[in-house]
Design a binder for this molecule. Sequence first.
Ligand code: TYD
Ligand code: MG
Length: 454
Amino acid sequence: MAKVKTAYFCQNCGAQSAQWKGQCSACKEWNTLVEETISPASEAPVIGTTTLQTKKKAQKLDEINFETETRIDTRDQEFNRVLGGGLVPGSVILLGGEPGIGKSTLLLQIALSLGKKVLYVSGEESEKQIKLRADRIQSNQQNCYVLAETKTDLIGLQIESVQPDLIIVDSVQTLQSPKLESASGTVSQIRECTAELTYYAKATGTPLILVGHITKDGQLAGPKLLEHMVDTVLQFEGDRNYVYRILRALKNRFGSTAELGIYEMLSGGLREVTNPSELLLSNYEEPLSGVAVAATLEGQRPLMIEIQALVSTAVYGTPQRSATGFNSKRLNMLLAVLEKKVGFKLGTKDVFLNITGGIHIDDPAIDLGVVMAVLSSNADKPLPASICFAAEVGLAGEIRSVQSIDRRIAEAEKLGFKAIFVASNASIDDKAHQIRIIRVSKIEEVVAKIFSKN
Ligand code: TYD
Ligand code: MG
């Protein structure tokens, strides 16, 4: 019997090494090398051999029809937007996310609403479990085929008999190719199974969606190589304590990565949130101190978010600073600006900041909102409920303009705000807006305008 050959594979980057090492010499990660058997892989594709033999032909470039590239509407507007306008035939999409965030729910919903033949392969749940989930979502279940299987050759047989218009595989870590002896979830298996499925997807123009697990530190599990093999990498994220889920594209060969989809997890599945601003803003009976509203942009979409601050006298020697959903270094910088420009005694105060809804914002346009929430809590004076902010604060306390200001102003106006504070040098198409636009150039000016009145 031939000797079984083994080699060590880095579980992070997929690099191969003849001996075990503590550190991978390619990606410099520690403790990632695992021994796997190498068996000679045959050339023939495992999946859809017969279909491929009839479909795969060399084509003349000038005969390739563009119309076949039209995108498939998934009937989920958020999903379509993140993909850049729908599914591209033959594209391979990897969907990552923490356990329990709703990956399987999202994909089953898409499978049910697509209105075309879909094969949903699950290596994690039985057909009955999938049926239970589908009943919860309550959609038309006619066109959806389910298969609980992990072996790629058996999956291939089903793909050939069903001839689906979309293949969903949950998850790539559970797949096993008969060509290799190593266990499922290892680098070589993930690579091989993805290659087999991708080959079929590209050759037949069938879109393929793979679910990928992520590791403790939020990286997609398995080799980085997997991300290179697919066309689009999507991430489904959110705080499990909140109902909101955000879908973003980390890589997209067919569209922008700036777009974002927002969903709400309800008892009957995920619901698309088409007007996120309304959900993120609370309606208080009377204005509260420490609350400010800022206009931010997520992708191309304007979003009104609520910032809450709590400023209290520090009990211990070192004051505490804590920010949820906002960069704490940036918070410290803004507090330093406040100390210098408006005499805020930061050395003796604890400052807590929270962006409501469990979302994380990196947009500097919410700076002015953050500053005003902090000042409002410090003075214990509520800001008028009808105003909002869209400007960056510089180190000298100057108010700086931000990109796409017209879109932010339009969103504020749509939600019924009466006034918006912007930078004095912002280039705005004044005629396009009804809302009162208050131009300011220094932080002191904003403070005087708002707090001197009440
Ligand atoms: P799931 O799709 O199984 O997550 P993943 O595949 O990413 O691991 O989602 C599971 C969670 O979603 C679970 O905590 C229950 C919740 N859920 C709902 O709230 N409503 C629903 O209709 C469904 C199907 C699940
Ligand atoms: Mg799942």
